[in-house]
Design a protein. Sequence first.
Length: 224
Amino acid sequence: MTRALVAITFAVLAGAPAALAQEGDPERGAILFRQCNSCHVAEPDGPARTGPNLYGVIGRTAGTLEDTRYSPAMREAGENGLVWTQESLDGFLQDPRGYMPGSRMSFRGMRDLQDRMDVIAFLTGDAPMVHSAGIERISADILAMEGDVEYGRYLSSECVACHSEPGDDEGIPAITGIEQEAFILAMHDYRDGHREHQVMTTVTQRLTNEEIASLAAYFAEPAE
């Protein structure tokens, strides 16, 4: 049994009683899920963003959704039998990197048990369409901006210094081929303080809306 799987097994066993003892509010969970929406959707047949579509995640074997880029750690966990239950998802949401060393999840986790239970209740039920749940944070005009692909290519050197293709085993995801809307939402979330990451905050605070749009247009193109 690998060290990562040992950590996952321990986390599941440690988190199970609390998860089972507390009920969640799916409506509140839908609202809380908006902080996840720059990387994930939760809708039938929705596209993968940086992370997988989370519609129907309960009962799914980890790392098995088609057309999704998973870290080696996530794929290994699935191969070793990790299935997303309410208990295992609770452990992962609390501390993604601690629960699964090597995960590419940049989100630092939900420390509040009730918040986790609400999000899990939302994901357990028939999730309503939330593909655009994060859009209200930025204007429609910004989302509609047409970026210059060649200018985006020029700007991209700083990005690809970390975001290699097909992604870094230590948790840095690939961004080539990412949906433009998802890229724009993520960049504005970092720049506006909705998501925390020291490097990404520093990088995005130097970018204009036009530069973000151009980077989004460039990275939306398939890898050459």
